[in-house]
Design a protein around this ligand. Structure first.
Ligand code: AMP
Ligand code: GLY
Length: 425
């Protein structure tokens, strides 16, 4: 026995369902606040706050409680926690601070400026625009992945800067805007499990951020993911880790920050080498739903070793592949926002397919046990198979069994990778 018999997962989305599902293989899992779809014999959902829960390990899923210092409060009470304290979580909580840290650590990233006033911001836009790159406008604070505009139009960028700074679109998260040069290349997510000194990588993955097929439409929290990423050469990933992951962890340590948790490196592999787009201080969502199902063995004991500052080697990673398709409610990815309350059918048929797990992200359940939609991203449907093509086929087979009024999802998750391999047209 590892001594990690009871694990508390903090969060309520698809990522936390994937964590609970993975950890429940070797431990009892309690999820706070969880969601009604997290149903399994060794999973319990509770409304009790984490501070009141007794567990051998706490795994904090989302960024908001991390930025808010939940890991510090739990550690102050003597608990074993995977997730950085508020000091490390600032890497995600403030893009401006993240950029300063990149400069100090020598991590390559996009040219940028941070502004609180429209005048200087618009001047900088002009300067960026003159260099011929696309323009990126971000909020400084947390905006659930939705605060980013990438555009070739200076006029659109300028309008967005004004809207964000006025507080109309993102409230106080937008009171500082970060303007960036648009990077061009292959985007990839690298997740490092860190113990404050050493780290170990999880399989690389790719998210699909835009709402529409072919990467069209608005940026969302993420419409699907797959792992591993076969068309990125191991040497390229190694370089990205050496240039963008290791030096940042060193810089944090040099600042006295004991980073024990997952460091998410959102990378662009450009023609002139890797560049960091963003760090997150947690597993990605939906990347977690594709990556965690590829881990075999006692994942809880392994994560506990990182939380204790004594990382025990690498995670046992399967050589198979996984594809996750996010199914969304009508209106998700549009200014109207999602419609909720639609009854979902076909969950059991989908979940009974071999290799398939249906993670719940935004569902509710009525007194008769029927599930209905209760958020924008409703389900993350994952299939693990021997290779990417088989995983993709199986994931979409599962998706085709699930229906509700207005359900939508991307039909091209993983397609670009398979096209690169010549496996599909
Ligand atoms: P972020 O919230 O910083 O991760 O941005 C969300 C998404 O916007 C990223 O995953 C990218 O697809 C895109 N993006 C952000 N910054 C840049 C950039 N500098 N160049 C190109 N795309 C970007
Ligand atoms: N999938 C992107 C994120 O979790 O921020």
């Amino acid at each position: 026995m590892s001594g990690i018999d009871r694990i508390c997962v903090v969060g309520a989305g698809g990522r936390e369902h994937a964590l609970a599902h993975t950890l429940a293989r070797h431990a009892d899992v309690v999820v706070t606040p969880g969601n009604p779809g997290m149903v399994a014999p060794s999973i319990t959902v509770t409304a009790e706050p984490a501070e009141k829960i007794d567990a051998d390990l706490f795994v904090i899923g989302p960024e908001v409680p991390l930025v808010d210092g939940l890991a510090d409060r739990l550690r102050a009470g003597g608990r074993l926690v995977l997730g950085p304290g508020a000091d490390g979580a600032r890497l995600e909580g403030s893009k401006a601070w993240m950029k300063q840290m990149c400069a100090r650590a020598g991590v390559p990233t996009a040219r940028y400026g941070a502004f609180t006033e429209a005048g200087p911001a618009l001047e900088f836009l002009e300067e960026l625009s003159a260099s011929g790159c696309s323009l990126v406008v971000k909020t400084d604070g947390l905006a659930a992945g939705k605060g980013v505009l990438v555009t070739d139009s200076r006029e659109e960028a300028a309008q967005d800067v004004r809207a964000k700074l006025s507080g109309r679109t993102f409230g106080s998260a937008g009171s500082t805007v970060v303007l960036e040069e648009g990077l061009v290349g292959e985007e990839v997510t690298v997740l490092a499990v860190c113990d404050g000194r050493d780290f170990s990588l999880l399989p690389a993955s790719q998210d699909h951020k835009r709402v529409g097929d072919g990467d069209t439409g608005a940026n969302t929290g993420g419409m699907g993911a797959y792992s591993p990423v076969p068309h990125i050469a191991p040497a390229e990933l190694d370089r990205a880790v050496k240039e963008c992951v290791a030096p940042m962890l060193e810089a944090l340590r040099a600042d006295g920050i004991d980073y024990r948790g997952v460091l998410y490196a959102g990378l662009m592999l450009t023609g002139s080498g890797p560049r960091i787009i963003e760090y997150n201080v947690r597993l990605g969502d939906p990347e977690a739903e594709a990556v965690l199902p590829l881990l075999d063995g006692d994942v809880g004991a392994w994560l506990a070793s990182a939380a204790a500052g004594t990382l025990a080697g690498d995670a046992p990673v399967s050589s198979e592949a996984a594809v996750t398709v996010v199914m969304c409610a009508e209106g998700y990815g549009t200014p109207d926002g999602p419609r909720t309350g639609d009854e979902i059918s076909g969950l059991e048929e989908a979940g009974s397919l071999e290799g398939v797990t249906v993670f719940h992200a935004g569902t509710g359940r009525d007194a008769e046990g029927r599930f209905y939609t209760a958020g924008g991203r409703v389900l993350a449907v994952t299939a693990r198979r021997s290779d990417l093509g088989a995983a993709r086929d199986r994931a979409y087979e599962a998706v085709s069994r699930i229906t509700w009024a207005g359900a939508h999802y991307r039909r091209d998750i993983g397609a670009r990778a398979l096209r690169r391999e010549g496996a599909i047209k």
